[in-house]
Design a protein around this ligand. Structure first.
Ligand code: ZN
Length: 147
């Protein structure tokens, strides 16, 4: 199980190696994504809180990257954080997610990305429920739920 210490280590010392890589040009991503998906995943955008289709859905299944279809999270680790974004306590696999220090907007946060295709997903915070204490705060538009 990953903890905040692991997250900080990844963001400082380097990320785990993904099972595979998917790389495309900006135009190729535009062809397969909606404008909103493109803005969020490829340009590090954020959807307004409580707007995402997956925010209040708790169906069983697996949450895959909207860009490359790699499994990122599982419905069993989704929880209701009240923030307005889908929230998880762990990735589906420790090498599914990539972590980077983000100092935008005068804050120090940890950005989370798909480790396979570098899609921006959201951020991770150390205020999640036990036992991991992690809260992955993810844009709905970055994921597809495979039931
Ligand atoms: Zn991806």
């Amino acid at each position: 199980m990953l903890t905040w210490k692991d997250v900080i280590n990844f963001s400082v010392k380097g990320n785990p190696t993904p099972d595979k890589r998917v790389e495309k040009t900006e135009d190729e991503w535009k062809e397969i994504l909606t404008p909103e998906q493109f803005r969020i995943t490829r340009q590090k955008g954020t959807e307004p809180p409580h707007s995402g289709a997956l925010c209040s859905i708790y169906d069983e299944g697996q949450y895959n990257c909207v860009c490359c279809n790699t499994p990122l999270f599982d419905s069993t680790i989704k929880f209701s954080s009240g923030t307005g974004w889908p929230s998880f306590t762990q990735p589906i696999k420790s090498n599914a997610i990539k972590y980077e220090r983000d100092t935008a907007y005068g804050m120090v946060r940890v950005e989370v990305m798909c480790n396979t295709c570098d899609a921006h997903l959201g951020h991770v915070f150390p205020d999640g429920p036990e036992p991991s204490g992690l809260r992955y705060c993810i844009n709905s538009e970055s994921m597809v739920l495979e039931k």
